[in-house]
Design a protein around this ligand. Sequence first.
Ligand code: PEP
Length: 266
Amino acid sequence: MSGASGTSGTDVRRVPIVAGNWKMNYGPAEAQTFVKQILDDLAAISGVERVLCPPAISLLAVENLTRPTDVKLGAQNMYFEEKGAYTGEISPLMLKGICQYVILGHSERRAYFGETDELVNRKARSAFAHNLRPIVCVGEQLEDRDAGRTERVLTEQVRGSLANLPAERLGELVVAYEPVWAIGTGRAATTQDAADAAALIRALLAEMYGVDAVAAVRVQYGGSVTAANAGEFAALPDVDGSLVGGASLKPEFVEIIRQTAQAKGV
Ligand code: PEP
């Protein structure tokens, strides 16, 4: 596995990472039933970081099962404050000790809950401050792509959501490129789209943090990833794995990770 890319000045070995975003599916009992079904197979794969992101209410139920393994957990969202009068929110202090990762700025959070780049950035900085690894999502809408605005939208999102992070800790950052038109539609991006976006994200981060710091950042592709296409995305040198929605709710998730391991040669 090589971490070198066209925009990376240092040859850093990045560990591939596949995360499953369960969205609003599987309460605690269902979550345990599903995890029991896949855990042995999931735990048996090495060389790829495997992250389950259940709904917040199911995190502890899943953690009870994953604790003896090296399967990691992620939350799907968090607020940036540590505690206080923020009804319905979950804080980094509450996630610490249960999760290693937190998804931030998913396009559904941006579209349905009004999350802005500024808010996502406050959350990302808070995640770093609390030693939670953020998986920050960026991606253009279909109308942006059709109007030739993909690069502009990604540039705004990267500069806005990923500003002022600790440069020396960018190995803890995961950026998920998720074109909105590919999420849940069964219409994945082409590998060329994913390669172009990953290269752009790395180039923008290199401008912000320097080429050496950015060599450690992991970039995922997300959007209708399946066992049939995961290997093609993982074979791209600038793509380090995938963020998986629908297919992470099925045993197919394990096969996606196997395909990723195979494509990366780990
Ligand atoms: C997602 O929700 O992040 C996602 C990529 O969904 P899907 O794999 O279902 O397209």
